[in-house]
Ligand binder design. Structure first.
Ligand code: ADP
Length: 398
């Protein structure tokens, strides 16, 4: 069985084609600059052949047609016919309260998705567009939606209600939803497998540290709290997002700088975080390099980043009444030994004993705590696309 996974953004679209018998990637690619000049498609098949097609791609439809053509092409394609593809799985950022699980996208689901679109105005409309185009181009293939928010729908009310007038929750759905759920769910499951213990008996803190970053408290396999909120702005320090701040800062700066709400929103989402504090870059590698050269703002940015993760680990240990494992994933979590060490240092009181030699690794599943450590720490590379493909296969097989 072959499953196509699509992650459709506003001007870019990522895709992977999986052979589910072996869970291997037959081909993958990225379309960039949809609707903008100089658009192109990058494509790589499982044999390592890479091509770039520069072509005018004015719409998502043209982009998806092009990606299907490359998959079927005689030169570097991997499919004889589209009949080989069973279904298409779509990453959807926000499922609101309507979607607590992955689901087959029928007309009613599209309507429900459109109803929650204003909760994620940058992400959901292009996600929905990707689904509609695939339905049009491949009407006989089931389309499945996999939601970043779904895994966190198990959070209790005390974790998701904001202390605002309750009517905003009722009227507008203003509550905490959380994101990166596919990743948190996947790495928690892998961590339990690595520990050879049932997920249903473990308290796991998963740290998804990428450009966007969030922590989740996964108790007995269910998310009971997570650091992102109504939107992916809350919580940790991120590449360009501020994470937790005193909300009173917002009207204060708007007043001082005489800027609008949308300009303020841009500052919080695009000019803050590692970039805002360091003044160097949103990329943690650049910030680490600048800090190593003695750039004070870069040093503070890194310390702030690590300190915030550490605080969430403390908070979530309290929330779960203990912790059995702390898991690092995503670009920074998988690659930066300094971040992992910076986060875990000082957690000896919790029972974390770091194995610094083991921690000197990148992008592979490994324990980074000593054999005696009461609380295990580990690196687990995430694989959101594989989860989407698995969920898609499961739903179409039902
Ligand atoms: P997202 O998917 O949220 O855009 P990623 O998970 O790709 O982000 O993470 C991007 C971050 O990971 C960047 O800050 C980058 O510096 C960091 N990163 C990626 N690769 C490495 C690496 N080899 N060493 C250190 N950091 C890395």
């Amino acid at each position: 069985m072959k499953i196509l996974v699509i992650n459709s953004g506003s001007s870019s679209l990522k895709y992977q084609l999986f052979n589910m018998e072996t869970e291997s990637v037959l081909a993958k690619g990225l379309i960039q600059r949809i609707g903008i000049e100089d658009s192109f498609l990058e494509y790589e098949n499982g044999e390592g052949e890479e091509i770039v097609i520069e072509k005018d791609i004015p719409t998502h439809k043209v982009g998806i047609e092009l990606l299907l053509e490359t998959l079927l092409s005689d030169d570097h394609g991997v499919l004889e016919s589209m009949d080989e593809v069973e279904a298409v799985g779509h990453r959807i950022v926000h499922g609101g309260e309507a979607f607590a699980h992955s689901t087959i996208i029928d007309d009613e689901a599209i309507k429900n998705l459109e109803d929650v679109a204003d909760l994620a105005p940058l992400h959901n409309p292009p996600n929905i567009m990707g689904i509609k185009v695939c339905k049009e181009l491949m009407p006989d293939k089931p389309q499945v939606g996999v939601f970043d928010t779904a895994f966190h729908q198990s959070m209790p009310e005390k974790a998701y209600i904001y202390a605002l007038p309750y009517e905003y929750y009722k009227k507008y759905g203003v509550r905490r939803y959380g994101f990166h759920g596919t990743s948190h769910g996947y790495v928690a499951k892998r961590a339990a497998q690595m520990m050879d213990k049932p997920l249903s008996e473990l308290k796991i803190i998963t740290c998804h540290l990428g450009n966007g970053a969030s922590v989740a408290a996964v108790k007995n396999g269910k998310s009971v709290d997570t650091s992102m909120g109504l939107t992916p702005l809350e919580g940790l320090v991120m590449g360009t997002r501020c994470g937790d701040i005193d909300p009173a800062i917002i009207p204060f700066i708007m007043d001082k700088e005489d800027i609008s709400a949308s300009e303020m929103d841009d500052i919080l989402n695009k000019e803050s975080g590692l970039l805002g504090v360091s003044g160097v870059s949103s990329d943690s590698r650049d910030v680490e390099d600048a800090a190593a050269e003695g750039n004070h703002q870069a040093e503070i940015a890194i310390e702030l980043f690590n300190y915030r993760v550490k605080k969430y680990i403390g908070a979530y240990t309290a929330a779960m009444g203990g912790v059995d494992a702390i898991v690092f994933t995503a670009g920074i979590g998988e690659n930066s030994k300094d971040t992992r060490a910076g986060v875990l240092e000082g957690l000896e009181y919790l029972g974390v004993e770091v194995d610094y030699e083991a921690n000197d690794c990148r992008g592979k599943e490994v324990f980074i705590s000593t054999a005696d450590s009461k609380v295990k720490a580990m690196v687990v590379p995430t694989n959101e696309e594989l989860v989407i493909a698995r969920d898609t296969m499961e739903l179409v097989n039902q």
